[in-house]
Design a protein around this ligand. Sequence first.
Ligand code: IMP
Ligand code: MG
Length: 179
Amino acid sequence: MQQLLSEAQISEGIARLAAEIESFYDGHRKLTIIGVMTGSVVLLADLIRRLPRTIRVGLVQARSYRGASTTPGALTIRADMLPDVRNRDVLVVDDIFDTGQTLFELFLELDELGPASVRSLVLLRKQGRSKVPIEPDHVGFDIPDRFVVGYGLDFEDAYRNLPYVAALDDAELAAGPPP
Ligand code: IMP
Ligand code: MG
């Protein structure tokens, strides 16, 4: 396992993202932040505590079964979990932008609900992987095309609780998650 981002680097990145959000949305707009479960929960908790404004927080579940494979399976979105977003400014928060399929499909679902605006924020963006015509609006860090874990990201449900981001090598991926 090779550490890619330390706790201190992540913390600086979150501070930078929070400052971007504060300067983009003026203080009078009713911002609704929607975290994509489960990978975004650590990021969500750290990010919202750096926003001094009044916000609403919601969660949505988007699941593409893939394990160690980097090819996403069919995506299921639990849109019934979404809060009322009509006429609201929505910021979708996810752990990583890989192929972009999750954010792309989520944007299509959200558009049906009549929000005032929808933008996105991700901690990580993998280089050279996008298969969709959108890019995230706020990006913490661009990373190489490796399978990463920690700070919310999992390998078959393991490693979400690591406080840093690390890349697994091929042998570690082939060996499977820890028991
Ligand atoms: P996308 O739909 O291909 O952009 O993938 C986004 C989702 O796939 C993320 O929310 C993650 O749950 C998962 N994912 C993509 N790459 C990785 C990775 O390197 N490690 C762990 N999960 C990943
Ligand atoms: Mg995810």
